[in-house]
Design a protein around this ligand. Structure first.
Ligand code: NI
Length: 261
């Protein structure tokens, strides 16, 4: 395949991969994936993300505090986050957002931690990786109120419909699509995959979660972003090469990743 793929959202620093991380990255390269943005979601995973990015050329890092952990975030946590953001391979703050599905932290804590991280992103000029679970209206309102459009970012594993996608696009955000576009019951994600403009589309795995068909239910890995790309290319009536080119250009621009061609 000409061009290459970028997995814009994976958690391969997690211990799910401690036994075979090298092989996982090798399979990714064999599938045409040349860059992976590894995403933190709490202190430990953010530190692991930095560590992996230091060891692996093809890995870049995002760091931040997921809404699940909002209640545990202190002033010291923000100081640490600010420090991590100085690392040369950190390219985004995330994943951050609101999660009203599991509600593992009280909503006022989620709101507070989300806003603080958006403010930091704006101050540092870093894009944000957004997690939104059943919190669409509040999430859009906070993004607007905090001026998040100034730095932009991605609605990771976007789970809304076309109308919501349009509102996120209007705010200046990218739409990240993953395994659900391959699911038999993935009609909503498939409709979104057809309507996102070329310059706003990102592909991702969210490894180890959300493995695409035919691996659904198993541990996901960055190599499978190729299956996501193939599915979206088919939905948009494009060759895989064009879809790869467009989505990789978007990821490079948004996260200031190197151009490897
Ligand atoms: Ni994730």
């Amino acid at each position: 395949m000409d061009g290459y793929l970028i997995d814009s959202h994976a958690h391969i620093a997690d211990d799910d991969y401690d036994q075979d991380r090298e092989a996982v990255l090798e399979r990714a390269r064999a599938a045409g994936v040349r860059l992976v943005l590894n995403i933190g979601y709490d202190r430990d995973s953010s530190l692991r993300s930095l560590d992996l990015a230091e060891r692996e050329n093809m890995v870049y890092a995002a760091v931040g505090y997921h809404p699940h952990d909002a209640e545990a975030v202190t002033e010291a946590s923000y100081e640490e986050l600010r420090r991590w953001c100085q690392h040369p391979k950190v390219r985004a703050i995330g994943e951050i957002g609101l999660d009203y599905y599991r509600d593992l932290s009280p909503r006022d804590a989620q709101d507070r931690v989300f806003r603080r991280q958006l403010a930091l992103a704006r101050e540092l000029g870093l894009p944000v990786v957004i997690h939104d679970r059943d919190a669409h209206e509040d999430l859009l309102r906070v993004l607007r109120e905090e001026g998040a459009g100034q730095v932009g970012g991605v609605m990771h594993c976007f789970s809304g419909d076309e109308e919501l996608a349009r509102r996120c696009l209007d705010l200046g955000f990218h739409i990240g699509l993953g395994g659900p576009v391959t699911f038999k019951n993935g009609q909503t994600a498939q409709a979104v995959a057809r309507m996102v403009p070329d310059d706003r589309l990102l592909i991702e795995t969210d490894s180890p979660y959300l493995a695409p068909v035919p691996y659904r239910g198993r541990r996901n890995e960055p190599a499978h972003v190729r299956l996501v790309a193939e599915a979206i290319a088919a939905l948009r009536g494009l060759p895989l090469e064009s879809l790869a080119e467009v989505t990789s250009a978007n990821a490079r621009r948004l996260f200031r990743l190197p151009d490897l061609d």
